[in-house]
Structure formats: C-alpha cells, structure tokens
Design a binder for this molecule. Sequence first.
Ligand code: FAD
Length: 463
Amino acid sequence: METDYLIVGAGAAGLAFADTLVDETDAAITLVDRRTEVGGHWQDAYPFVRLHLSSALYGVNSTPLGDDQRQTSGRNAGFYEQATGAEVCAYFDRVLHERLEASGRVTFLGGHDHLGEDGAGAQAVRDLATDRVIHIQPRRRVVDARYLEASVPATHRPSFTVAGDVRCVPVNDLPRCVDDHDHVTILGGGKTSFDACLWLLDHGVEPDDIRWVRPREMWLTDRAGMQPLDDVGTLMDGLSRETEACAELDRPVDILERLEELGRFLRIDETRLPTRWVGTMVSRPEVDSLRTITDVVRLGHIASIEADLLSLTDGEVPSRRGSLYVDCSAAGLNQNPPRPVFTGDRITIQNVRHNSPSFNAALIAWVEARREEHDKNRLTAPNRYVSDADDAIGVHCRSWMTEATWRQDRELSTWIDASRLNLTHGLRDHLAEPVARAGTQRYLETVGAAVARHQDAVHALFG
Ligand SMILES: Cc1cc2nc3c(=O)[nH]c(=O)nc-3n(C[C@H](O)[C@H](O)[C@H](O)COP(=O)(O)OP(=O)(O)OC[C@H]3O[C@@H](n4cnc5c(N)ncnc54)[C@H](O)[C@@H]3O)c2cc1C
C-alpha cells in the first residue's frame, strides 16, 4: 500500500495535522491507530470529563467544536462552553467522516498497531483484529502523532499496591461504585482529582466524607483570564502580565506570586507555596468548592493501600476501613523530551507554543506544506508541557522566542491570526478596545526583555 503521509496516532494531534494538510496540499494521507475509533485518549476518558479550555480553541482548524455559547449555570457560568468527553469524541468522529474521508484523500485504519520500519523501507502496521501485517510505503513522510500520547486513568498502571480487601477503582468507575461506600479517598493532586472531588460534592457527598491524597500543591490558572472570542482582549491583557512579570523579575516564585496578586493564578491552599504548575485551569467557584475538603494528606506519593493504613513516600497515616479509593494518579500530559520536529522523512508532532496541542499540530502541518526544508525546524522549535513552577519560565520564553520568528513571516502570521485554534484568534478585531490595545502593547514592549532576562532558564531546558 502506498500513501503520501502515514500518520501514526489518530488523537487530537494526528487529526489536527491531517485536517490542515488536507487544506494545504493535495496529498494522500493514511491515519493509523491502535484504537478502533479516532479521538485518542478521549475514547477512554472518565464520564464527567470536560475540556478545561474553551471548545472554541480545541479540535481541528477547519471545523468548529460547539457553538461558541457561554455557559449559563454551574461553577463556570459566563465562560465559553467546554465540551464533554463524549462531545469531543462525537466531534472527532464527525471530522473523520464528514471532513477527512469526504475529501477522498484520507484513509483511517482503526485497530491497527504501527510496528515501525519493516527493514525494506516500508512501515509495518498490524491489523489487531486479524494479526495480518500490512506494509505501507509513505512517499513523503511518516508523522509521529503519538509522541505526546496522553496517559489516562483507564489505561495507566498505578505505581502503588493495593491490599486484597481494599476497593480501588479508576476514576472512570466512580459513578458506578460510590453508592456502595460512605467514605471516598481521592488519590492524586491533578486536574482529574479536581474533577472527581467536584463530582462527589455535586452528587451530595459531604466534604467530611472525602479524603484527598494530594502529593503536591499546584499553581492554577484562573479560567476567567483565558476566555477567547469576545473576551480575547482580556486574555491578551493576561498574557502581557506574564511577559511583564518575566521582564521585571528573576525568580519563578516571585513571578508566580506577582501573577497571583494580579488575579491570574490561584492556589487551593493559600498557606502553602505550590511547586507544581502544569497549566491547569479552574474557575474561582471551583476552587471555593475544593477548599471545603479539608482532610488532605500531604505525605508525597502513595506507595501502598491497606485497609487500615496508607503508606506514602514521606510517611504513613491510618486509613478509613471501607473507604472507596479512586485512582486519579495518571500523569495525563506526556513529558517526553523535546526532539527536532522535522528529521529526514519523519515529523514528530510536539508542543511548539506551550500547552496548545491542537494549534501546534495544525501549525506543523502548515509549515510542512508551505515552507522550505531549511526553514521548517526554525519555525517549529520543539517545546515541552510545563511540569513545575521552576521550568515554567523557560517553557514560556521558548514559546515567546518562537512566536517572534512567526511574526517575521507574514504569510504564516496571517494563517495564525485566522486559525480558530490560535489563543488570540480575533484579536485584531478587538484592538479598538482599550484593554486589548494596552495588553498587546504591553506584550510587545516586554516580551523581548522577558526572553533576554531568562535565557539561562531556556538553555537549562533546551540546551
Ligand atoms: C483529561 C484531559 C483533558 C485535557 N483537556 C485539554 C483541553 O481542554 N485543552 C487542550 O488543549 N488540551 C487538553 N488536554 C491535553 C491533551 O493531551 C490533548 O488535548 C490531546 O488530546 C492529546 O492528543 P494526542 O493526539 O497527542 O494524544 P492521544 O489522545 O493520547 O492520542 C495518541 C494516539 O496514538 C495512538 N497510538 C500510540 N501508539 C500507537 C502505535 N504504535 N500504533 C498505532 N497507534 C498508536 C493511541 O492509541 C492514541 O489514540 C487534556 C488532556 C487530558 C488527559
């Protein structure tokens, strides 16, 4: 079998890449995925998961996700809609059939495992239903859209042991199991654990009946400052506060505290200094609810669970017999080290602008289609997901340096401005608003100084 591009992984990254390639080239594309359906980790998501960013900024470039409506009730009332996991899956399914396959140039091989190069210059792919191996010859590139594959509770292997008389379930099973228990212990301190705690509170579980094993405190981004579309001016203002703080301050902790004072960042426990920052987004009402859970265990990562004892990396605590343990400890975002995006006949889709996975995949496809070989890596310097407060500044500066190269490329800038996946999409239409104008000006005035001040942080992370 021959194709122009063989894309391995049909999650958000593979689909966003294919979608832009369909627009920008006449190439034939084959997408393969072990899963039988497209959408990647969303296929295994827990039932109450939602996007934490607005739907307006997620998915593939050609096709809006949702209707850009504001939420009218709940803890995110007033904010732009955030699709549920089921809505994301339905959206990607529609994109596959009505957009990609309808182009006549895209073939999806679901339930197929990519095995690698077959020794004869082709790529070997195994049909998991029949075990038959197909050999695919990509005329142009192999696209690795699984390098940042997400780790989710349903599919990860917990790193702790559980005694036989203890019930510990992945968060996916929480709704099914919760009624059998009068106490719940949430394991993990990331976004999934927030969702699990909020779900419990919404379903009438008293805060005192919840214990939360939270290894590290996190800096959280206030969702109010990351609203797109009509609120893009405020969003730009917030981004410019980040460049301004980095231009004026050295230590990450000082930068983060400044941004907290400005209302951009939050923490659940204001008496403790967070060390973790992965870009998790929350609303203030969500944080208020999470603060009602006061039985928080902070003794590092869980090592073992017995009926009467919890052992953690930094100590032990008695545990409540009969508690339902809910595993929210999957890593989520993938911290594979950055590597060049374009190498020979391979493209490895990665972060370029931090924490913008859909945008990055679409941008890399645009660069592949529109730019000369020697320019491609310059425009797509690989970045990482932010993982803690210390590396956050280096990651942000790396994005800002790359954005500066984009601004020198008029055609690329025009594409970025028009992309629905771009965080500041539509900003030009709002520049008459004082907050948008001031934010843009502040960003442009401070970003160079921010990058210059933190060159060491960039070098420490990226060499
Ligand atoms: C709970 C959760 C919520 C999130 N919310 C947001 C959000 O609101 N906004 C945002 O921008 N980002 C969000 N993210 C970040 C998320 O990582 C991206 O949105 C994106 O879905 C990741 O897509 P991916 O294609 O890189 O990885 P995946 O979705 O993991 O897809 C990789 C695919 O590769 C396939 N694969 C792997 N190896 C092989 C092989 N050898 N052969 C064939 N197939 C293979 C896998 O089966 C999988 O389907 C969230 C992440 C999580 C976990």
